[in-house]
Structures are given as C-alpha cells and as structure tokens.
Design a protein around this ligand. Structure first.
Ligand code: PMV
Length: 360
C-alpha cells in the first residue's frame, strides 16, 4: 500500500546535521481499536482522550553518514537500549518511502518517559508519536513550505506505522482514527481532531491510572490484534464500534454522562471479552482489576457521582471522571482504590492538548 500524498518531492538540499525534539502524550481509547488489517489499517474506528502528564520526550540527533542501510542508537533515560532496535528498524522500513532521508543519516534517539518504564503503561503510543514528530521536523527543514496541517497529518500517518494507537497522540484532546460514516474527515490512515461540538462536561476530564500490574505485557498487542482474524465475534464487534461511536457523537454534544459511562465501560469489557474468547484465549485482568471495578460500581450507586473505568490491553484501570466531581472522587481513589494498586501507585492525569516541540 503506497499513499502518494505522503511521498515528498525530491529534496533540493540536505542538511549536514541537526537536532529535533518533541514531547508527545499517551492516549486512552473510549471506543477501542482491536483488530487490524495489513499495513496497520484498523478493523474499526476508535476515539481517544489525549492525556497530559503521561508523555515521552524524545531528542533526535542526526548527522550525515557514508555507510549504507539504517544507522541509529536508542537511549532510554540515558541508557543504551538494544531491545528497542527491532521495533525502530521495522518502523524505519515501513516509513522509508515517505522519508527518503532516513538512510542518509546516523540517528541518536534519546528518549525518556514521565511514567516509570515498568508501570504497565504502554509507551509505544507516546514514544512512536514523539519519534514521528522529530522525523517530521527534519522533513520540514528540507521542505519549509509544508503547512502545519500537513505536518500534523503526516506525523500521525507515520506514527500509525510505528504503533497503531500512536496516531491518536499528535493532537488533543479527543482524536478519531479510522473511517466512520458520520465523522467528516475520518481516515484509516491517520488520526484527526474530533471535529464536532463537545459539551463542557468533557473539558478537563480526569483520568487517574491505577497501576495494578507493573509487569511486562503477557500478550503483545500485535499478537492480540491478529487474534481478531477468524475470531467468531469479530464482525459483530467491528459493527458495535461503529454504532458506539455514533452514540458517542450525541453524548459528546449533549454532555450526557450516564450514557458516556455506559458506552465507555462496555467498550472496555468488550475489549477484554474479545481476548477471553479468541483462539488462543487469555485474561489480562487481575483480581485487583475486578476489586477496583466492583468498588467503582458500588461507589457510583451510593453517591450518584459520574466515576467510571476503562481498560487498555492490561490489568491497569483508568478511572475517568468530570472536573466538577474531581475532589470527592480523588479522595475515594486515595482511600479506597489505591490499596489495590502495586505499592499503592497511581498516576493522576487529565485531558491534554497533544504533542509539543521542545526548544533546544
Ligand atoms: O497501538 P497498539 O497496536 O498497541 O494497540 C492498542 C490497542 C488498545 O490500547 C487496546 C486499544 C486502543 O484503541 O488504544
């Protein structure tokens, strides 16, 4: 699959060396992406909140080289990381036709996360979007006429080829990825800022991430996505994602928090139900994940507050709540939910505005 729109014209002149730097946030899906086709095309559309505190900062140093092939080193928090190399090599192979300068330079990639590496929070979304943006910044210097809009679109397009959900981490605070009939401009190729009205109930929405299991993922998302091929419920699931997005468009406009909760929690449980009913099957929730969910449900029934949860492909719980109810809910998290986290650890986050360039 070749997308001509993103193949640049020959560069007039190349730089000898330089440095670019970006910070990019993580994101949490409300309607989940689970299942993909060839070339990182999602099987269904998804929508996510862009986060603020959980982010990756990447500095990319580049210098002309004479050797052939790709040449790069990756440092995480100052330590050389050989383990990251295959994923980045694969990324470079996928995007080479869109960034022909990749073989011209030796790259030093220095990256750090605001969240601990072993927190169970995937750094692939924030990491791949930060790297895509750093690379785009080089391309922008080679082609200065590029519009801001094209810059972001191509950054998202490239990030997707690194890790699907990374394409939703360029902009804030609500991003849609995947073609949906009723969302204008939506595309399988890149994420777009949600284009319609959003009720003030959803401004400054909170996401407190409860770190239930900080271990490495038991099942990589690549393996998980592939299990949706030949999954007995795949087609119904993909249709459901479309209809949940339709319902969410109305909710985002009206500010109807009860329906928001119903959609978001159902999406999280459906994601895990897909994992539990695939061949082979697996369970990523831990006993503490369920303890937390039950406590959230009881607290919501008792208080009428609009607290809800969502899950990624792991055991950690994202607790979502509106700004207007934050005080009481944060207190509840500290006193009742933190005890179910590994070493009592959780991360308070909220909606963010997307990636930012770092001035050198
Ligand atoms: O971007 P990937 O390939 O790691 O997949 C992420 C999938 C989920 O986080 C489970 C859902 C989503 O839409 O982010």
């Amino acid at each position: 699959m070749i997308v001509n729109e993103f193949i640049p014209k020959p560069y007039k002149q190349l730089l000898e060396r330089g440095v670019t730097a970006y910070s990019a946030p993580s994101n949490i899906a409300l309607v989940k992406y689970w299942g993909k086709k060839a070339h990182q095309i999602p099987a269904n559309p998804s929508i996510s909140f862009t986060l603020d505190n959980c982010k990756t900062t990447t500095t990319l140093k580049f210098e002309k080289k004479t050797s052939e092939g790709f040449s790069f080193e990756v440092f995480l928090e100052g330590v050389l990381e050989e383990d990251f190399k295959p994923k980045i090599e694969q990324f470079f192979n996928r995007i080479e036709m869109y960034l022909p300068f990749l073989r011209t330079y030796h790259f030093v990639i220095e990256t750090s996360n605001t969240f601990p590496h072993s927190s169970g929070i995937a750094s692939s979304a924030s990491g791949m979007s930060a790297l895509a943006l750093c690379l785009m910044k080089i391309e922008q210097q080679l082609n200065p006429d590029m519009s801001k809009e094209f810059f972001n679109k191509k950054a998202s397009f490239l990030a997707r080829l690194g890790s699907g959900s990374a394409c939703r981490s360029i902009k804030g605070s609500l991003v849609v990825w995947g073609t949906h009939a009723n969302i204008e401009g939506s595309s399988d190729l890149f994420g777009i800022k949600y284009p319609y009205e959003v009720h003030q109930n959803f401004t400054n929405y909170h996401d407190t991430i409860l770190l239930v299991d900080k271990g490495e993922k038991q099942v990589s998302s690549t393996v998980g996505h592939n299990l949706m091929h030949n999954h007995p419920f795949a087609e119904q699931r993909f249709e459901q994602a479309h209809s949940n997005l339709d319902a969410l468009i109305l909710v985002l406009k009206s500010g109807d928090l009860s329906t928001f909760i119903r959609i978001v929690e159902s999406e999280a449980l459906t994601l895990h139900a897909m994992m539990m009913s695939s061949d082979s099957y697996f369970i990523l929730m831990k006993p503490n994940t369920l303890e937390i969910i039950n406590k959230i449900w009881a607290f919501r029934a008792q208080t009428g507050l609009h607290i809800c949860f969502t899950l990624d492909a792991g055991a950690n719980v994202h607790v979502l709540f509106p700004e207007a109810e934050a005080k009481e809910i944060q207190e509840f998290i500290k006193t009742e939910l933190a005890l179910h986290c590994q070493n009592g650890h959780f991360i308070e986050d909220k909606l963010g505005q997307g990636a930012q360039p770092i001035k050198n």
